[in-house]
Design a protein around this ligand. Structure first.
Ligand code: AMP
Length: 401
């Protein structure tokens, strides 16, 4: 049985086609520059890949292009899109309305329009992907999986901000949390590797990529996370500042002649590793700059590591200790000195790890980094949000075996 996963951005659609018999990806790619000049599709299947210019004035047309690639030409993997049993959509924000994956209906789309209030950019793009897919595949069941859903179990003391209560009530201003699909996948994988049920474990999941968040999971449920009302809060990231005193927004806005919206854009797009280094948001490039003696790149890396360690400590307190700490996503999976830095800081709670193993991990494998006598287990586990979306899609569409 095949499931298509769609991750629609404002001008792109990333896609993966899964064969669910063995949970393998049989085709994947990206439609880019949708609605812009120079739109093109990159597509990988059968061990080969192509990049082709294609007219994609909107998401519906882009979806037609991607379905054509799946069904026609030498890299086609299916004869007709009737072979696609269901489509799963990644949606960044379920707002205050959705706390679990949902079967997409007209009503769900209508309700999601309301979430534009709290997530203007992402909601429009995600909805365009869903509407486009329903246009081109009207008879195929479609499911939406929310990045915020896993965090809906946070208690009020964790998700409330210390502002006027009426503003929470009237405007839905609260911490929502993001990367929930990744954190849920990590929870399930950690439990599997440890031979336990998620309900038996306390886990700190560190999703450290271009965007980063750290989540405290207790008995299978999120109880706190670092991202907030938007994905800007928490640790310092590739281009996002993470936590900052809000007074800086008005102070710096006045100095730079930027209004509040422009300042939020500055904090989202020009800050973090990029802002501090002045050169790049990419951790691999930061590493190269540090090796060449670039002081600002080193400061950027030090700041990011420090803040991650600080939040892992906070989550340890929130959980009253943990059974496992897990590193995942582009940086968490591959940056050995980040993991070493955090684990060294945790020696005081009895974390012990194999330094040599941590420094020489193969790519993309699940690895235990802690030693047998460590008080807390530490793992490197590759995340796979798309696979979790595909599994949820089959379940919600009533197709799971
Ligand atoms: P993600 O958002 O999960 O795709 O992660 C993207 C980030 O992971 C970028 O900053 C990349 O530079 C970083 N990354 C990917 N591969 C590596 C690697 N081998 N070592 C260090 N960082 C990496």
């Amino acid at each position: 049985m095949k499931v298509l996963i769609i991750n629609a951005g404002s001008s792109s659609i990333k896609f993966q086609l899964f064969e669910m018999e063995n949970e393998s990806v049989i085709a994947k790619g990206n439609c880019e520059k949708i609605g812009l000049p120079g739109s093109f599709i990159s597509y990988k299947a059968k061990g080969d890949e192509l990049v082709e210019a294609a007219s994609m004035p909107n998401h519906t047309e882009a979806l037609k292009v991607l379905l054509d690639k799946l069904t026609h030409g030498k890299l086609a993997v299916i004869k007709s899109f009737d072979e696609i049993a269901a489509v799963g959509h990644r949606c960044v924000h379920g707002g205050w309305l959705y706390f679990e994956s949902e079967f997409i209906t007209d009503e769900v789309i209508k309700n999601l329009e309301e979430t534009k209030e709290v997530s203007p950019l992402h909601a429009s793009a995600n909805i365009a992907g869903m509407v486009g897919c329903r246009n081109v595949m009207p008879n195929t069941p479609q499911v939406v999986v929310f990045d915020t859903a896993f965090h809906s179990t946070m208690p009020p003391e964790a998700y409330m901000y210390g502002i006027k209560y009426e503003d929470y009530k009237d405007y839905h201003v609260r911490k929502y949390g993001f990367h929930g699909t990744s954190h849920r996948f990590i929870m399930q994988e950690t439990a599997r590797v440890m031979g336990k049920k998620p309900e038996e474990l306390k886990i700190i999941s560190c999703h450290i990529g271009n965007g980063s968040s750290i989540t405290a999971i207790k008995n299978g449920k999120c109880i706190d996370t670092t991202m907030g009302f938007t994905p800007l809060e928490g640790v310092m990231m590739g281009t996002r500042s993470g936590d900052i005193d809000p007074t800086v927004v008005s102070f710096l806005g006045k100095k730079k002649g930027l209004n509040a919206e422009e300042m939020v854009n500055y904090l989202n797009k020009q800050s973090g590793l990029l802002g501090i280094s002045g050169k790049t948001n990419d951790m691999r490039e930061i590493n190269e700059l540090v090796a060449q003696g670039d002081e600002r790149a080193k400061l950027a890396r030090d700041m990011m590591f420090y803040r991650i360690a600080k939040y892992v400590g906070a989550m340890l307190t929130v959980l009253n200790g943990a059974d496992a700490i897990v590193f995942t996503a582009g940086v968490g999976e591959n940056q050995e000195d980040l993991r070493e830095y955090v684990m060294d800081k945790l020696a005081y709670v009895g974390v012990k790890f194999d330094r040599k193993k941590n420094a020489t991990l193969p790519r993309g494998t699940i690895e235990e980094l802690s030693t047998k006598d460590s008080a807390i287990k530490v793992f490197r586990i590759p995340t796979n949000e798309e696979l979790l979306i595909a599994r949820d899609t089959l379940k919600i569409a009533g197709l799971a075996k």
